[in-house]
Ligand binder design. Structure first.
Ligand code: SF4
Length: 198
């Protein structure tokens, strides 16, 4: 969680969800996965969510598949009075399949309670986002207006033309290009700034 960030297009990051899993080629060099694995000792923020696997030259970083809402982070934007552009889940994906609709609804509920901020949500799971935003609702507890907030920018991150074409099916959603998945290039759209406090 960072009330300042090195990402030029946002003012702060907010991570109400922890953990993720790879979903496309664009996840190959996931910086969040690397950082979570590096901080995966007991008591550290990545514990249980990622791990270091292999040894020597085959040493690598892997998500464990665990994804969870972080209750202690949930209300953070409510405490920020000065308006900010807030990058939501710089180290995860809000529309991850392991999350319940209600989990995502709780994040949207916080965003609805903070009209002073602009929330920037990027996902690689465009299908689920579209289903939740515009599809039939099986989450009756949440008012339909909750999913259409003027202070929430929804976007899909893409790594190449095929992923852009596939995710473009959801017309009206912004698209954010992610850097080419190159081993030497670690930063991508779902990543914290180097100084980000997670
Ligand atoms: S955080 Fe983003 S880039 Fe990393 S594994 Fe999840 S969806 Fe992929």
């Amino acid at each position: 969680m960072a009330d300042r960030t090195g990402i030029e297009w946002t003012d702060a990051t907010w991570n109400p969800v922890r953990g993720c899993s790879r979903v496309s080629e664009g996840c190959r060099n996931c910086y969040a996965e690397i950082m979570a694995a590096r901080f995966s000792q007991p008591g550290q923020w990545g514990h249980g969510f990622a791990e270091i696997v292999g040894r020597g030259d085959s040493r690598d970083h892997r998500w464990t598949g665990k994804v969870a809402l972080v209750e202690s982070n949930l209300d953070l934007p409510l405490r920020w009075r000065t308006p900010r552009r807030i990058f939501v889940n710089s180290t995860s994906d809000l529309f991850h399949e392991a999350l319940e609709d209600d989990d995502i609804g709780r994040v949207f509920s916080v965003m609805a309670s903070c009209p002073q901020h602009t929330f920037q949500v990027l996902t690689k799971r465009a299908d689920r986002m579209a289903r939740l935003i515009d599809g039939p609702k099986n989450h009756q507890a949440w008012h339909p207006r909750l999913w259409h907030l003027p202070n929430v920018w929804l976007g899909v991150s893409v790594e190449d033309q095929p992923s852009a074409d596939a995710r473009r099916r959801h017309q009206g959603l912004a698209q954010a290009p992610a850097p080419h998945p190159d081993r030497g290039r670690r930063r991508h759209r779902h990543e914290p700034a180097p100084d980000a406090e997670l």
